[in-house]
Design a binder for this molecule. Structure first.
Ligand SMILES: [Zn+2]
Length: 286
């Protein structure tokens, strides 16, 4: 099917058929077109999101493995490609998932109950902690939004971190507000919101959901040693969220506790979270 020229935006009346070629990476036949206005040629592949990708066949496998607690090095070994290829593919898949997640978030019916909390991890060293604020719909366990923020180290590490890496801004409040601003556009204004008893949460909720109901629950000890997400002792009001966090920690290698794999850059963690959210909402909880 003819398309408008991507170079000069001429309409398809000025575009003529210009033969075919076999795409090397997946042996598919691609139609080529020629624009009589700007004298340039293009093909149907020009418009595809994996345009110029040479190993497009690997994408579904990488998506599955990265969401199944496999490290990037091991993915490279299993698929017999280089580590750089895997790293580049994750960047690309993260971008695709980001677009897909945005469409998914905005195509859902209005959310009436959701739970949110912070999950802590770090970039490069424990002296540079990161916080992932995530909102999960209570009934369906679908992830409906998230933000990653930098924060200063706490406790014994605080002094060492300041000495070694200098001042580190606490972005949590700013990012939480961004998340809630986004949520306020697609969540019912009278929504029921569940969280733990963090004193910083109520002002944000009052600001973006003045008519909403905020219900808090006491933090509890985890039921599995070394894993704080799933709580011991019966009914957990924020189970949907804690279960999702436990699932993230189990499925993304970097976020597992006591692992060799660490996040090197917050931006790359964002890619992994995007890929995971897409997989979680469309495969795991489908
Ligand atoms: Zn043209």
């Amino acid at each position: 099917m003819k398309r408008d020229c991507p170079y000069c935006s001429s309409s398809k009346e000025k575009v003529s058929n210009h033969g075919h070629f076999v795409r090397a990476s997946d042996q598919r036949i691609m139609a080529r077109y020629y624009c009589t206005h700007c004298c340039k040629s293009f093909s149907q592949a020009t418009f595809q999101k994996c345009y110029r990708q040479k190993k497009r066949k690997l994408h579904p496998r990488i998506r599955e493995l990265i969401n199944s607690s496999v490290s990037q090095r091991r993915i490279a070994r299993i698929l017999k490609v280089s580590r750089t290829t895997v790293a580049r593919k994750i960047k690309l898949l993260g971008l695709h998932s980001d677009v897909k997640n945005f469409k998914y978030f905005h195509s859902r019916s209005v959310v009436t109950h959701f739970q949110f909390d912070d999950l802590e991890t770090f970039e490069h060293t424990k002296c540079k902690p990161l916080s992932i604020t995530m909102a999960v719909e209570t009934e369906t366990r679908k992830i409906i939004g998230y933000e990653i923020s930098r924060m200063p180290a706490k406790g014994k590490l605080a002094k060492i971190a300041r000495k070694k890496y200098g001042y580190r801004e606490d972005e949590r409040k700013k990012r939480r507000n961004l998340l809630f601003k986004d949520l306020s556009q697609r969540v019912s204004p009278v929504a029921e919101i569940y969280s733990d008893e963090n004193p910083h949460y109520p002002p944000t909720i009052r600001k973006w959901f003045p008519q909403g109901t905020h219900k808090t629950t006491k933090g509890r000890r985890g039921c599995v040693v070394g894993q704080g997400e799933l709580k011991a002792g019966g009914y957990d009001p924020i189970f949907s969220l804690n279960h999702t966090y436990a699932s993230i920690r189990d499925n993304i290698k970097q976020l597992s506790r006591r692992t060799w794999c660490t996040t090197k850059k917050a931006e790359r963690l964002r890619d992994l979270i995007n890929i995971y959210i897409d997989y979680h909402n469309n495969v795991l909880t489908a």
